[in-house]
Design a protein around this ligand. Structure first.
Ligand SMILES: NC(=O)c1ccc[n+]([C@@H]2O[C@H](COP(=O)([O-])OP(=O)(O)OC[C@H]3O[C@@H](n4cnc5c(N)ncnc54)[C@H](O)[C@@H]3O)[C@@H](O)[C@H]2O)c1
Length: 273
């Protein structure tokens, strides 16, 4: 896909939550490559360094600016309504109103800053349930509530919510995380229904297990699944493979795709729905 679509997002203003590192970072760079001005975000200025990726969010914004587009770095908890309102103001002051929103912040990181332990349905702590809900569902909703109304006013915009293959399967462990990602998929459909006449598209991408730094640091990985060049689809995804689906949904090639979920998992979830 790369290279054939030139600067199809030239001049567009994008915001990718959780783009200081991991998948969000690859998505932000991909949108910038296609010509969008991209606001990047993380929980704190140095959250980017937690798994050895960028030194700081400011470095990420500078990297984007070297691609010939504008950038802004904003920090704050997406589960905090006041923080989301402040970040919106900061982005609008520097770049203007957001036209492409990617809700990527989230993950199976609980109250202690690591994976919840225990992480099954009946034993996970209430604190972990609350943090996971803020990070994955409430945060996505609050960011949509803040950034989508100007899109509705303009009559155009594209929102991409990042769910997970885990949203489509019964899972244990990671029960609460999977449940919240399933809710993100359904929220995507409901918001698309709500905005059916308003020109704003809302879609979701469900990645399969993907080789981000956090993914590799927080589990024992299977060496047989690391090779992206192997013929079998029984492997981990590359972050760029997820970012390509996001770029497609952000731009004009997907202009009649709305309320859908694209499962980028090599066929891990081969069933309807
Ligand atoms: N890597 C995978 O295998 C995989 C698979 C399916 C879905 N996903 C989803 O993709 C997204 C990115 O995952 P990743 O692997 O890049 O992980 P990651 O931990 O590297 O990135 C997540 C980012 O979101 C930020 N974040 C989390 N909660 C936040 C909050 N409340 N407020 C502000 N920022 C917050 C983190 O600081 C981080 O920058 C997540 O939503 C995750 O659930 C990942």
């Amino acid at each position: 896909m790369r290279g054939r679509h030139g600067k199809e997002l030239a001049g567009k203003i994008a915001f990718v939550t959780g783009s200081g590192r991991g998948l969000g970072n690859t998505m932000a760079l991909r949108l910038a490559e296609l010509g969008a001005h991209v606001a990047v975000h993380d929980l704190s200025p140095t959250e980017t360094a937690k798994y050895g990726e960028a030194k700081s969010l400011a470095d990420v914004a500078r990297q984007i600016e070297t691609m010939g587009v504008k950038s802004a770095g904003v920090t704050g908890n997406i589960g905090d309504k006041a923080a989301v309102a402040r970040m919106k103001q900061e982005i609008e002051a520097k770049l203007g109103e957001v036209e492409i929103l990617v809700n990527c912040a989230g993950g199976d990181i609980g109250a202690t800053g690591n994976k919840p332990k225990p992480n099954n349905a009946l034993d996970i702590s209430f604190e972990d349930i609350k943090v996971l809900t803020d990070n994955n569902l409430i945060g996505t909703m609050l960011v949509c509530q803040a950034f989508v109304p100007p899109m509705v006013k303009k009559g155009s915009g594209s929102v991409i919510n990042i769910a997970s293959a885990a949203a489509h399967l019964g899972c244990s462990p990671e029960v609460v995380y999977s449940t919240l990602k399933a809710a993100v998929v359904h929220y995507t459909r409901c918001l698309a229904k709500e905005l059916y006449h308003d020109g704003v598209r809302i879609n979701a991408v469900s990645p399969g297990p993907t080789k981000t730094a956090r993914f590799q640091a927080t589990r024992v990985t299977d060496p047989d699944k690391m090779d992206a060049a192997k013929k079998s689809f029984d492997r981990y995804a590359e972050p760029s493979e997820i970012a390509d689906a996001v770029a497609f949904l952000a731009g004009p090639r997907s202009k009649f795709i709305n309320g859908q979920v694209i499962r980028v998992d090599g066929g891990l979830t081969l069933f309807p729905g």
